[in-house]
Design a protein around this ligand. Structure first.
Ligand SMILES: [Zn+2]
Length: 202
């Protein structure tokens, strides 16, 4: 082997290990599901619909769907208890081969505002958020509010790819009626699961 072909071999080895590393970057077996609010923290509330309950129900449905698809799932909370924000990301940061999804529903003082949006903080979270939002809009009949960057503590402090879903407005009568229905909450959970699976398989 002459010097040039040896140099080329080193270059090719470097490239292949770079590709191997970049595919490892989003390999994960665990999904950490964070049902927003809980206990004394109700989140958004209107006409006897409490965000903390809707979040937990969607989180449980998402847990079931992801387990059926072979994922390990860690629930930040699986009952109506208060978990401080710092503890939520501490739990997430115990799992290095994970992604993190936080489930919320929205509130606005303007009760005509509707739709679904997904937030991220880091660049890998942005990709995850893109997939999740795309599948939410495909699978759930809702206005697309898009993917947005925000410095929410749970997604900022979590090292794994992280996103935060706002699955509709508790403050809007139409969306509030929809989120009362189990079928609607199942559609939202299944769409989030598809987004996570599509992100993993990209
Ligand atoms: Zn919330």
């Amino acid at each position: 082997m002459n010097a040039n072909s040896f140099r080329f071999l080193l270059f090719a080895l470097g490239l292949s290990s770079w590709f191997a590393l970049s595919s490892v970057a989003h390999a994960f077996s665990t999904v950490v599901i964070d049902a927003g609010h809980g206990g004394k923290d109700w989140g958004a509330a209107e006409s006897k619909v409490f965000e903390k309950h809707i979040n937990l129900d969607v989180a449980r449905r998402l847990e079931r769907t992801l387990r059926e698809n072979g994922f390990k799932v860690v629930m930040v909370r699986s009952k109506d208890n208060f978990v401080p924000l710092s503890e939520r990301s501490n739990i997430a940061n115990k799992y290095w081969d994970s992604v993190f999804v936080s489930i919320h529903f929205n509130h606005s003082w303007k009760n005509t505002i509707t739709g679904i949006e997904t937030f991220y903080y880091g660049s890998e979270g942005a990709k995850l958020a893109d997939y999740v939002q795309k599948d939410l809009i495909k699978g759930v009949d809702a206005y697309d509010r898009g993917v947005k960057r925000a410095s929410f503590a749970v997604i900022r402090r979590t090292r794994a790819p992280a996103c935060l879903v706002e699955g509709g407005f508790v403050s809007n009568e139409g969306e509030r009626d929809q989120m009362r229905e189990g079928a609607r909450r199942q559609k939202i959970a299944d769409a989030i699961a598809r987004g996570i699976i599509n992100y993993k398989n990209r």
